[in-house]
Design a protein around this ligand. Structure first.
Ligand SMILES: [Zn+2]
Length: 276
């Protein structure tokens, strides 16, 4: 990626219809550059349909990313659940690849009764299996475990960076709202955002900053972290400071707005970014 593209989680509200291709077209009309395929409640694009989505993305010059289903736990001790979790990531990666997507993000696991280290080892084992399969299929999509919003979920920044150091085709999806909510209000100043970006560069090198999949939304949180998403202006997230830090660190990749107002916040942060 040679710059930072702005996009939406799913089809923009202003799109003419509810179809993926109509969404992609609207992204271009809005002057945005990316759209995330939302497979969060299931992979809703078929193998047959995927090439049409790819064509629409190419025609409109839009980068696609993908969010795998929520029902994933790579730390499950139940074999059936673990297998289903691995399958959901694989299926998302396969369909997303057929759509020509660049990156697939997912919430990797819950700690449940495991220690953090036990959970890490199990997640790593499953990801090894997934990356091996995708490699055999010549599927080059980026796998992106996401920084999660609750202490009960696997996926603090250190865990995601550690995984990124271990696999060739895996990089972080950094959800700044989640990092903020998980820490119950920290990571909300220019210096704190810079700290995150410095850490990414230290662990992954310059390519860590030049290959970023970012999520951004306003967020409501409590003692246990994330509660629900808000529009940026209704939240306490200091998004202007974040955007400034992203620009100063010359971050490249894709920034996806997950706000309830979808494209409005994406357009708003793009405007701020372009003005700096
Ligand atoms: Zn997510």
């Amino acid at each position: 990626m040679d710059k930072l593209l702005f996009g939406t989680a799913g089809i923009p509200i202003s799109a003419k219809g509810f179809g993926t291709e109509e969404g992609i077209e609207e992204i271009r009309n809005l002057g945005l550059g990316a759209m995330e395929l939302e497979f969060v409640r299931g992979v809703n694009i078929t193998k047959q349909k995927a090439p049409e989505v790819k064509k629409a993305a190419e025609k409109n010059n839009i980068v696609l990313t993908c969010h795998a289903p929520y029902y994933i736990n790579l730390n499950s001790l139940e074999k059936v659940k673990l297998k289903a979790s691995i399958y959901r990531i694989l299926k998302s990666a396969r369909i997303a690849d057929l759509c020509g997507a660049w990156s697939v993000t997912f919430h990797a696991a819950f700690y449940q009764k495991s220690t953090k280290e036990e959970a890490y080892k199990r997640v790593k084992q499953s990801i090894k299996e997934i990356t091996q399969k995708l490699k055999n299929e010549s599927n080059k999509i980026w796998l992106r475990p996401e920084t999660t919003g609750k202490e009960s979920q696997f996926g603090n920044l250190d865990e995601i960076l550690r995984l990124s150091q271990e696999f060739d085709n895996l990089m972080p999806c950094v959800d700044f709202a989640h990092v903020h909510a998980r820490s119950i209000g920290k990571y909300n100043t220019y210096n704190e955002f810079s700290e995150i970006l410095e850490k990414i560069e230290k662990k992954l090198g310059k390519k860590g900053l030049e290959n970023m999949h970012i999520h951004l939304t306003g967020i409501e949180y409590g003692e246990k972290g994330e509660k629900h998403h808000l529009n940026l202006k209704e939240s306490d997230l200091k998004y202007k400071e974040l955007i400034k830090a992203l620009k100063d660190f010359k971050v490249k990749g894709v920034l996806i707005s997950e706000s309830p107002n979808i494209e409005q916040d994406s357009l708003m942060v793009k405007k701020i970014y372009d003005k700096i």
